[in-house]
Design a binder for this molecule. Structure first.
Ligand SMILES: Cc1cc2nc3c(=O)[nH]c(=O)nc-3n(C[C@H](O)[C@H](O)[C@H](O)COP(=O)(O)O)c2cc1C
Length: 191
């Protein structure tokens, strides 16, 4: 069973990557899971209406075509989720490759209220494109004190929430076989 994670930041060694690495560690404990990591640094993606030679949107869509679940991470930037996450979503097709698939959300923020705004907005967009957004998003406030420079988590509760996010996704994906066409049609009707 394939589970994909999406790094929502171009900062490979940032807090978002640190948090996602713990999710990866937990997912990799399961023999059942093939982990597919999407790092936006590895893809050339156009904005809608833009044409870029050799862009990677088809490669990205192909990667997501047969995954059982997707975990999207994002830093909070200016009260919202990152523009690179939005750009990835813009490149997932229309209807979206997210349609009908379970999606879990993870947000990090420097501020003390956490990534609440980002996660609410991202939830709304993911629902709009037809994904099944799982309950229990993880928001990490004061993220710069939650990890050391090597990415070790300094807060046991945060680490536990990240591991739970991974395990809840596995549990959901194992139980649900999503009918391929049903939700695509539903998304078309809602557009
Ligand atoms: C452009 C920019 C905007 C930011 N806006 C917010 C914000 O609105 N709220 C907040 O709590 N943190 C904000 N931050 C802090 C980031 O959420 C924090 O530094 C996070 O660790 C960035 O993750 P990354 O390094 O993995 O990209 C902002 C950071 C940047 C660079």
């Amino acid at each position: 069973m394939k589970i994909t994670t999406i790094l929502g930041s171009l900062n490979k060694n940032g807090s978002c990557a640190h948090a996602l690495n713990i999710v990866h560690d937990e997912l990799q404990k399961s023999d059942n899971i093939e982990l597919v990591i999407i790092d936006p640094n590895d893809y050339t993606l156009p904005f809608p209406g833009q044409s870029i030679p050799n862009s990677d949107e088809n490669k990205l869509q192909h990667l997501l075509s047969d995954v059982a679940g997707i975990i999207i991470s994002t830093p909070e930037y200016h009260g919202s989720f990152s523009s690179i996450v939005k750009l990835i979503i813009e490149n997932l097709g229309f209807p979206s490759m997210l349609a009908g698939k379970p999606v879990s959300l993870l947000g990090v923020a420097e501020g003390s209220i956490g990534a609440i705004k980002s996660l609410e907005q991202l939830r709304s967009v993911c629902s709009h494109v037809g994904s099944i957004v799982l309950p229990g998003p993880v928001s990490i406030p004061n993220v710069h004190s939650a990890f050391d420079k090597d990415g070790n988590c300094l807060d046991g509760k945060v680490e536990q929430r990240l591991r739970t996010l991974a395990n809840e996704m596995i549990k959901y994906a194992e139980k649900h076989i999503v009918p391929e066409h049903a939700l695509e049609e539903q998304v078309r009707e809602n557009l």
